[in-house]
Design a protein around this ligand. Structure first.
Ligand code: ATP
Length: 299
């Protein structure tokens, strides 16, 4: 288990990460979310032991992270760091050796992974002749060639087309099934929502929300009611507890302060005889993110 315990990082006087605490268990997928500059990459670098925390500690299975442990970690960095003049095979031999793997093991794993990522034909090709998406596949393969116990993915989907996003997602889920602990950062809440169970939202290095996604959604009070049928916006807006009404092409989206106001909307709809749909919708992670980050900035 990865444990980040009361970690703070200063760059000179500037506090980039502020008293951050979370843990990631075996086979768990954890999302580190935040706007640009929130402190995600700094946190990843501290986990990888590339920089040291100013305060607090980070442990893997109870031990401080040193070179022995970083061999068991895979890191997909945001600024992609391929040696583009090498061939795919040369690159993997280099990265694998850095992770203390022998040549035979690297080549065996490489063949399997190239097949899984559908780029077997590029093994002997120089990386700078590959498309961006294929370079990203190579980068991903180099992050998992050591079959990491902990995998850190900084913006893994940036620059990928929808087909490759699906491919990356399924590989990530396969790794989770095998017990890999995975932390990833993303600006795309729809991606996070699909497969991360636990998350923290950072604003200026500080956590403003953390926990299991299902609990966060349950605890988040603002709800939406979806209505299909012939209703009037001005009547809906007058209902006690309704804070906003939006009319889309096929339905009305009514925002209520919390679930207890649901019955007020229901009572109003009882006076109508042409309602074809009425349902309470959970907030999306995107809505929660925007609201929490907004609150933290005093908006
Ligand atoms: P992004 O989503 O844009 O990658 P991030 O959440 O990863 O952002 P970090 O890169 O961790 O954010 O940066 C956090 C803050 O620390 C930023 O304000 C950044 O300017 C600052 N920072 C990062 N690295 C350094 C450094 N080496 N020296 C000084 N300040 C730094």
């Amino acid at each position: 288990m990865l444990k980040v315990d009361g970690v703070t990082k200063y760059y000179d006087d500037f506090k980039a990460v502020d008293n951050l605490t979370f843990d990631v268990k075996k086979g768990e997928i954890f999302g580190l979310l935040g706007v640009n500059g929130a402190g995600k990459t700094t946190t990843f670098r501290m986990i990888m032991n590339l920089i040291s925390p100013s305060k607090g500690k980070i442990t893997w299975n109870g031990k401080k992270i040193d070179y022995d442990i970083t061999d068991k970690i895979g890191f997909l960095t945001e600024e992609r760091s391929l040696l583009t003049k090498l061939t795919v095979k040369e690159q993997m031999l280099f990265y694998g050796a850095l992770k203390s793997l022998d040549e035979q093991t690297i080549l065996k794993r490489l063949d399997k992974l190239l097949k899984r990522f559908e780029i077997e034909e590029y093994k002997e090709r120089k990386i700078n002749t590959l498309s961006k998406g294929n370079q990203q596949k190579v980068q991903f393969i180099s992050a998992i060639i050591n079959e990491p116990e902990l995998l850190i993915l900084d913006e893994p989907f940036s620059g990928l087309d929808p087909i490759n996003i699906e491919l990356f997602k399924s590989v990530i889920l396969e790794l989770k099934e095998k017990g890999t602990s995975i932390i990833f950062s993303s600006h795309r809440m729809d991606h996070v929502e699909l497969f991360c169970e636990k998350l923290v939202i950072l604003v200026k290095g500080k956590s403003v929300l953390e926990g299991y996604l299902k609990d966060i959604k349950k605890d988040y009070k603002i709800k939406k009611v979806i209505i299909e049928g012939n209703v009037k916006i001005n009547e809906l807006k007058k209902i006690d507890g309704v804070t906003n009404v939006i009319k889309t092409a096929s339905f009305y989206e009514v925002t209520i302060k919390d679930e207890s106001y649901y019955k007020n909307v229901f009572n109003y709809l009882k006076t109508k005889d042409n309602i074809t749909k009425f349902s309470l919708q959970e907030p999306s992670l995107e809505e929660i993110f925007v609201s929490k980050v907004g609150e933290a900035y005093g908006k």
